[in-house]
Design a protein around this ligand. Structure first.
Ligand code: GUN
Length: 296
C-alpha cells in the first residue's frame, strides 16, 4: 500500500484564496490593509528564505509587509528596543510582529520574544498566548501547530479517540500541537503522547500512533519500522542535507520513501506542513488587525 499524499501546497492555496476575500473586506471597511512586520537578524540563508516566502504570501493575499533587517551583531537590548519601537507603530502600523528564529547565540531569545506585545504576537509565542491556548481559549496559535491540525481536519483524518504521538517537545511545535490535539472539538479529542530526546524505546511508542507527528529536526529519524500500518504521518522537519551531487537537498524528519509504503497518509517535505505554516501566519495577521480594529 502506498500512502495518500497530504498536499500542503494545495491546501495553503485554498486557504490563501479565502483569506484574500477577508483581507479585501477588511481593507474596504477600515481603509487600510493589515500589516505584518518581520524582524530578520543576521544572514542565515534558511531564515532569509523563510522570510521571503512569508512576505511573498502576504503580498498574494493583500497583506502589507515589511522586513526589518538587523546585523547579527545586534545585542539583546538593541533588539528589545527595536521591537518596542515597531510596536509603537513608529515604522507604520504593525498589526502583526514576528521575530524570525533562530536568533544569534549571544542574544536572549526569550527577552526579545517577550517584547512583542501579546496582541500583535502572530507567532503565538508570548506566554499570554501560550496560556490562553493551554486553557482552551486560543487567540494566536503557533502557526506550524495550527497548520498540522488544519491539515488533519482537511484530509478528514479522525483525531477523536485516536492516539496521536508527537516526537518533539518544542514551545514552537510539539507543546502547542499536543494542546490542540487534546483540546475539545474538531481536530481535537485525541489521546496525546509527547516523545523527546530522553524518551526510551521511541519505536515502541511511535508504533502505537494512529497519528504520528515528527517535529525534532533530525533528518529521517522516523523509519518504516517505527510506523503502524495505515497511520497518518505528518512531517514537520525541514533539514538541509548534502544531495548526491553535492548540492543542498531538503528532507524532513521522516524517511519518506520507506514510510510511504507503510503509512495510510503522509505529508511530504517540501510541500507539506511548510506552506500551511505560512498560511496560518497570514490568518493570524488578519486576526491581529481585526482585533485591533475592534472587530475580532
Ligand atoms: N523559525 C522556524 N520556525 C519559526 C516560526 O514558526 N516562527 C519564527 N518566528 N521563526 C521560526
Amino acid at each position: 500500500m502506498t500512502a495518500t499524499l497530504l498536499d500542503g501546497r494545495a491546501l495553503a492555496a485554498r486557504i490563501e484564496a479565502s483569506l484574500q476575500g477577508e483581507v479585501d473586506t477588511f481593507a474596504t471597511v477600515f481603509h487600510r490593509r493589515p500589516r505584518l512586520v518581520v524582524v530578520l537578524v543576521g544572514d542565515l540563508a534558511a531564515s532569509g528564505s523563510y522570510v521571503k516566502s512569508k512576505a511573498a504570501a502576504a503580498g498574494r493575499v493583500g497583506i502589507d509587509s515589511d522586513v526589518v533587517r538587523v546585523p547579527a551583531s545586534a545585542t539583546t537590548e538593541e533588539l528589545v528596543t527595536l521591537v518596542a519601537a515597531i510596536a509603537r507603530d513608529e515604522q507604520g502600523p504593525a498589526d502583526g510582529i514576528l521575530v524570525q528564529l533562530p536568533l544569534p547565540e549571544h542574544v536572549d531569545t526569550v527577552a526579545v520574544l517577550d517584547a512583542v506585545p501579546p496582541d500583535r504576537d502572530v507567532d503565538g509565542f508570548h506566554p499570554e498566548n501560550a496560556g490562553l491556548l493551554s486553557q482552551g481559549r486560543p487567540r494566536f496559535v503557533p502557526c506550524t501547530a495550527a497548520g498540522v491540525q488544519r491539515m488533519l481536519i482537511d484530509a478528514g483524518i479522525e483525531t477523536a479517540g485516536r492516539h496521536a504521538v508527537i516526537v518533539g517537545r518544542s514551545d514552537i511545535v510539539g507543546k502547542p500541537l499536543a494542546l490542540l490535539l487534546a483540546s475539545r472539538g474538531p481536530g481535537g479529542d485525541a489521546t496525546v503522547t509527547i516523545c523527546h530526546s530522553r524518551s526510551s524505546d521511541l519505536a515502541t511508542i511511535t508504533r502505537q500512533a494512529d497519528i504520528l507527528v515528527a517535529a525534532v529536526g533530525r533528518p529521517r529519524l522516523v523509519t518504516a519500522d517505527m510506523v503502524k500500518p495505515g497511520a497518518a504521518v505528518i512531517d514537520v522537519g525541514i533539514n538541509r542535507i548534502a544531495g548526491p551531487d553535492g548540492s543542498g537537498k531538503l528532507v524532513g524528519d521522516v524517511d519518506f520513501d520507506a514510510v510511504r509504503e507503510v503509512a495510510g497518509s503522509i505529508s511530504p517535505v517540501p510541500g507539506g506542513v511548510g506552506p500551511l505554516t505560512v498560511a496560518m501566519l497570514l490568518a493570524n495577521t488578519l486576526l491581529a488587525a481585526e482585533l485591533r480594529a475592534g472587530r475580532g
